[in-house]
Design a protein around this ligand. Structure first.
Ligand code: MG
Length: 391
């Protein structure tokens, strides 16, 4: 069965907004990434989802474009949502009508921790059902409250908590939504209720405790901790050499230093930043500096190496990662690095957008041995530690 996904993200998220800045909750940052970017990725990377429609608020288009930049323009389509959640879902379903998928998953944009297993589970169940609802049993004792005091206990037998993604055969759920609209019913809080109201049988599958709907600030803290616990550490190394030629200065780790010779190279020949760029790219397995900035491309002639380093940092950010620390060793007899070390650390930190205490610049000589010892050129080595969120 051809399966599409509608991600509902048109809400204003007023509860999470409290203390959370001015952004709707689906665009707030969670572990370095907009919430919606993470939610969309779960479906974007799932092999059984053929197309995705995000339903967004008119005002949020720039935020949406930012959140989906990593997936390539046009890879995730969007439609404008409506006043109520129901209206938004209908807009999403109508956008899929011409492709007429066999099934559709409808998911809250504010549930970024949905797992591939849960997506598989609801799709599997849809083979034998018209509608599928992932749910969890209620384990806490349920009480009513009255004026701040505990009132009666509610029987929790057979009570379940409804989650998303909810899965439906496409034509029946669209018909159910249209019927609800015709009858002026707009009081449903999820799509399984509408399916049931329209007479569809709703099968249950096990939901996931981790598939939380981000509602208030505490939910963001819990989700952040879960993501951090599931991520992984990467390290990368890089090295570079440039030879000396005529000139009056060198640029090392972004700092210009007067010298009686210059380093030759296509760009500004900053060996420190080149080695570091390769270390960062190495940590995320994304090629090397030459692959992204070909040395035969005249565009990079004389370029400040800031560009290369900033690009590597951007690639890490696009993966939702962060740089824990970087360490550069410059290998040369001259010029003396010590007097410039702090300026180099500050410049490197500024390009990467991280604290200066996360940046180390060291220097060594080779005791007069080899090409660095003979002052024919300067070499550099670098390493980087990067944290990446779970895929
Ligand atoms: Mg180089």
């Amino acid at each position: 069965m051809d399966i599409a996904a509608v991600i509902v993200a048109a809400g204003r998220g007023l509860r999470a907004k409290q203390g959370g800045g001015d952004l709707p909750k689906q665009y707030r940052t969670l572990a370095n990434q907009p919430v919606l970017q993470r939610t969309l990725r779960a479906f974007f990377e799932h092999p059984r989802i053929s197309q995705i429609v995000a339903v967004i608020h008119d005002d949020d288009l720039p935020l949406f474009q930012n959140a989906t930049e990593a997936y390539g323009e046009g890879s995730i389509s969007w439609v404008k949502g409506g006043e109520m959640r129901q209206d938004s879902v209908v807009a999403g379903l109508e956008a899929l009508q011409s492709q007429a998928p066999g099934g559709v998953l409808i998911h809250d944009g504010a549930r970024p921790l949905v797992s591939p297993n849960l997506i598989d589970r609801v799709i599997d169940a849809l083979e034998h059902a018209e509608a599928v609802l992932p749910a969890l049993p209620v384990t806490d004792t349920l009480r009513r409250s009255e004026n701040g005091m505990a009132a009666e206990t509610v029987d929790r037998t057979n009570l379940i908590r409804a989650q998303t993604p909810q899965a439906f055969r496409f034509e029946p759920i669209l018909a159910a939504h249209n019927a609800a609209r015709t009858e002026g019913r707009n009081d449903f809080t999820d799509d399984a209720q509408i399916a049931q109201w329209a007479g569809l049988e709703v099968a249950l599958v096990a939901g996931e405790p981790t598939n939380i709907k981000l509602t208030n600030t505490e939910d963001f803290e819990v989700a952040e901790r879960m993501i951090q616990a599931g991520g992984e550490w990467r390290t990368g190394t890089g090295s570079d050499v440039h030879r000396f030629g005529d000139g009056d200065h060198v640029t090392l780790c972004g700092v210009r230093i007067d010298h009686d010779r210059s380093l030759l190279g296509h760009s500004d020949a900053d060996v420190g930043l080149h080695a570091l760029t390769d270390a960062l790219l190495g940590a995320i397995g994304d090629g090397d500096i030459g692959a992204h900035f070909p040395p035969n491309d005249p565009k990079w002639s004389g370029a400040a190496s800031d560009i290369f380093l900033a690009d590597a940092a951007k690639r890490i950010a696009a993966r939702g990662g962060r740089i824990a620390n970087v360490d550069v060793t410059l290998i040369c007899e001259q010029p003396k690095i010590g007097p410039h070390r702090d300026a180099m650390r500050e410049r490197t930190a500024a390009i990467l957008g991280i604290d200066v205490e996360r940046v180390s610049v060291k220097a060594t000589t080779t005791e007069g041995l080899g090409f660095t010892g003979r002052a024919e050129g300067i070499a550099a080595q670098a390493s980087a530690s990067v944290w990446l969120p779970p895929r």
